[in-house]
Design a protein around this ligand. Structure first.
Ligand SMILES: [Zn+2]
Length: 346
């Protein structure tokens, strides 16, 4: 050592409070159990019916989904199909033929021929065709990395969406930590270690630039309804999302796969829900399972403290969350009413 003054060196109290150990335990083997004695409430059914506005059901069987939905109070799931072309239409059919009122389907932007002539006109026609077949929106994912998000040639797609009355959902960036090196300072180290392909570290555009490109498009098309997936991809900075929502009345956000982010800042997150009860959509972006949904209800409805957030297997970070105990009028809107409004055309 030591930074200690001579008078401190043999002091038992100073020695105690300055002691440290070099530990050698594999991170993957470290599973501390919380000793906190706090009330726990399992919420079996939501207080009001729920629409899951952000999920991916392509691999699921509609009958099995309905069983899960009935068991945990889900009125409807929006399947964001990851198929394009004829396969996308088949996905619409697969679910809507079983229970048209219990499912809805978002189309997926098809970038496969982005470099072929006529791509932009074709994209508008594809959107029209999807909506004719019952799609309730179009998701634009980051896989079109050959273009800037605010490329003006994409504008006709947004105009067409406005004309058809369906929203555009954006997912163009990712958590802040995905833009940093995968190292000992990365708060999502284990998640990125499991999914190194999720890292944007060293990518062409930084996160701030990607968000700016997206935000310009949202402002440029006030008649188009946009859904910013994953709390507009910036739940780490709810002040940013607050400004964005204040500036753009045409924007909604979903909370898909972001309970971890929201639940670790419960004071700020609760204020955010109370400020924008009409603009936030319940979504999960996780495999539909009974316990996954129940954890969401616990997060939104109770004031339980320090419990595990719903997540994919690799987790998102080594922290726990706190319940938001949202008031009934907020819950009703977030759980269902906002989604009903966006689904009005289907
Ligand atoms: Zn998703």
């Amino acid at each position: 050592m030591s930074n200690l003054r001579a008078s401190e060196e043999n002091d038992p109290f100073v020695n105690m409070v300055t002691a440290r150990a070099e530990v050698d335990l594999r991170l993957s083997d470290f599973h501390p159990r919380s000793m906190l004695a706090a009330p726990e409430h399992e919420v079996l059914k939501p207080k009001f019916p729920v629409i899951d506005y952000h999920n991916h059901l392509d691999a699921q069987e509609p009958g099995e989904m309905l069983r899960v939905m009935d068991e945990c109070g889900i009125e409807r799931i929006v399947n964001i199909t990851m198929h394009t072309g004829e396969m996308a239409l088949e996905m619409i059919q697969k679910f809507h033929s079983v229970a048209a009122k219990r499912f809805a389907t978002y189309g997926w932007m098809d970038w496969s021929d982005v470099q072929a002539p006529g791509f932009f006109e074709r994209s508008v026609e594809r959107l029209e065709r999807l909506v004719e077949h019952g799609a309730c929106g179009l998701k634009i994912w980051k896989d079109g990395s050959l273009l800037r998000i605010d490329d003006e040639r994409l504008d006709p797609i947004y105009e067409k969406a406005a004309e058809l009355g369906v929203p555009i959902m954006y997912h163009i960036a990712d958590p802040d930590a995905f833009f940093l090196p995968i190292d000992a300072e990365n708060e999502r180290y284990e998640e990125l270690a499991a999914h190194p392909e999720w890292s944007y570290n060293g990518s062409h555009y930084g996160k701030a630039e990607l968000l700016e490109q997206r935000d310009r498009v949202i402002s440029r098309h006030p008649k188009t309804t946009f859904v910013g997936a994953h709390v507009a991809e910036h739940p780490e900075d709810l002040a940013y999302v607050t400004k964005l929502l204040e500036k753009n009345a045409n924007l909604h956000v979903d909370i898909g796969a972001r309970c971890a982010e929201l639940g670790r800042q419960p004071y700020t997150a609760r204020e955010f829900f109370l400020k924008f009860p009409d603009r936030i959509l319940f979504g999960t972006d996780l495999i539909p399972e009974v316990n996954m949904y129940r954890l969401h209800y616990r997060f939104l409805e109770t004031r339980d403290e320090y419990f595990e957030y719903p997540s994919h297997a690799s987790r998102q970070g080594r922290w726990n969350i706190y319940g938001l105990f949202l008031p009934d009028e907020v819950l009703r809107k977030v759980y269902r009413e906002n989604a009903v409004r966006l689904l009005a055309k289907v």
